[in-house]
Write a protein that binds this ligand. Structure first.
Ligand SMILES: O=C(O)CCC(=O)C(=O)O
Length: 238
């Protein structure tokens, strides 16, 4: 963390109950009737500057059924754990690295093969726990922000980039040429540390489910709270 370098901690979550319990059948059985927000990809993107992610609603059980065929879909489940499925916390553990955090948030991520998010970055430190399936992250150092052509501050999403890091359009985004990306391929049981403000983009390589923990200590806590307030006031749904 002091060096601000990403790390994969292999097998670090082997003892989490989630590792033996979570599956499509388990989610359908336990939460099948619950209505959950889900993000739909439109014109190759999950979000629009100014309004945020393209949310719809779906029955959790129907989404599990959709994923059961193992094919790609344009729906991606990314939900705040404490608001939508707080029961999942009982199957995870707070990693020791985040002890003493004054601010913490978690999301549950579940998608079919090729479910892919945008290139973006977050202020908090991040530990990403890959529970089921495989996932690929591309990561870029925070000091190389000028390369990503990020959205303007006015857009409300200056922490998002229009560049597809996997297949960059270098005619539109020439500063991305030669970006020294790191690639992290996650297997079930891996915990990926993404340092504060590193750019990252993820794609499921198979049907995948994961849960992450963002956390902060010290003066950055106030900044995170202000950012949350700003998003609420601007009705930015991220
Ligand atoms: O799993 C994903 O699709 C993205 C995860 C992510 O961006 C994050 O944990 O900050």
């Amino acid at each position: 963390m002091r060096a601000s370098r990403p790390v994969i901690l292999q097998g670090a979550i082997a003892d989490w109950p989630a590792m033996r319990k979570w599956s499509l059948d388990y989610f359908a059985r336990e939460f099948g009737d619950r209505e959950v927000p889900i993000v739909r990809e439109k014109d190759g993107s999950h979000y629009s500057p100014g309004s945020g992610l393209h949310y719809e609603r779906i029955r959790f059980g129907d989404y599990c059924e959709l994923l059961a065929d193992g094919k790609p879909h344009d729906l991606y489940l990314t939900v705040r754990v404490h608001e939508v499925v707080p029961e999942l916390f009982a199957d995870t553990r707070r990693p020791v690295y985040a002890a003493g955090a004054r601010w913490a948030r978690s999301r549950f991520w579940m998608g079919g093969p090729d479910a892919k998010g945008p290139l973006h970055r977050d202020l908090p430190e991040n530990l990403y726990a890959q529970i089921g399936g495989r996932k690929r992250f591309l990561l870029l150092e925070r000091r190389l922000t000028r390369m990503v052509h990020r959205h303007s501050f006015r857009s409300g999403v200056p922490n998002y980039s229009p560049v597809d890091a996997e297949d960059p359009d270098l005619a539109r985004f020439p500063r991305f040429r030669g970006a020294p990306l790191l690639c992290a391929d996650l297997e079930p049981g891996d915990l990926l540390y993404i340092p504060s403000l590193w750019w990252h983009q993820a794609r499921s390589l198979t049907t995948s489910f994961a849960v992450n923990l963002w956390w902060l200590k010290g003066p950055k806590v106030a900044v995170a709270r202000l950012a949350e307030l700003y998003m609420r006031l601007r009705r930015l749904n991220l």
